[in-house]
Ligand binder design. Structure first.
Ligand SMILES: Cc1cc2nc3c(=O)[nH]c(=O)nc-3n(C[C@H](O)[C@H](O)[C@H](O)COP(=O)(O)O)c2cc1C
Length: 174
């Protein structure tokens, strides 16, 4: 099976998932591994792939704009979506994000699978939450946000990557 792994990752969390995918699938059949970009060689590699692994970081509840634009071009492709998000703990939240991300794909694309896990966030985000807590911003549960931030710090962790590898085993088995 010829495949491509294309991802967008600002701080490395999603890139770590992408690296786990190529490690599991083996480099031999990989036509493209790298960041999301609009470029003729990348386009050709995606078109020649039997499966595209498309990775995104979550930006305001959906995939980042760079990946959104590339997903829109995946006519007739088999796509495995993977991503990371700062907020974890509730599978329903990941499902919501994935539904929005899928909305970028053309009708002719087929979803081969999905995987999401939590991803650590920059320290400045925690500082913002602490400020919210200290300022007593109404309607904001700053304690819960700080707790979530601290839980995210270790992710993606070994367990997340093991689960992704299991999904890759399923893909390989067809
Ligand atoms: C501008 C910005 C917006 C974000 N929006 C969300 C969001 O809506 N939901 C969420 O769960 N995480 C959000 N995050 C957190 C990132 O999605 C998360 O840290 C992700 O793992 C980053 O992936 P990367 O390391 O591959 O860039 C946001 C981060 C940034 C910088």
């Amino acid at each position: 099976m010829k495949y491509a792994v294309i991802y967008s990752s600002r701080t490395g969390n999603t890139k770590l998932l992408a690296e786990t995918i190529i490690e599991s699938m083996g480099e031999k059949e990989c036509l493209y591994f790298g960041p999301a970009k609009e470029d003729r060689d990348v386009r050709e590699a995606l078109e020649a792939s039997d499966m595209i692994f498309a990775g995104f970081w979550t930006d305001k509840g959906s995939c980042d704009i760079v990946m959104a634009e590339i997903l829109k071009t995946m006519e007739n492709s088999r796509v495995f979506l993977f991503g990371t998000a700062g907020f974890g703990g509730a599978p329903a939240y990941f499902e919501q994000i994935l539904e929005r991300v899928k909305g970028n794909l053309p009708d002719s694309a087929r979803i081969a699978g999905t995987y999401m896990c939590q991803g650590k966030m920059p320290a400045a985000v925690r500082e913002r939450y602490v400020k919210m807590k200290n300022d007593g911003v109404p309607g904001v549960n700053a304690d819960a946000m700080i707790e979530n931030f601290d839980r995210a710090l270790s992710h993606p962790d070994e367990k997340d990557l093991e689960e992704l590898k299991r999904r890759m085993d399923d893909i390989k088995e067809g």
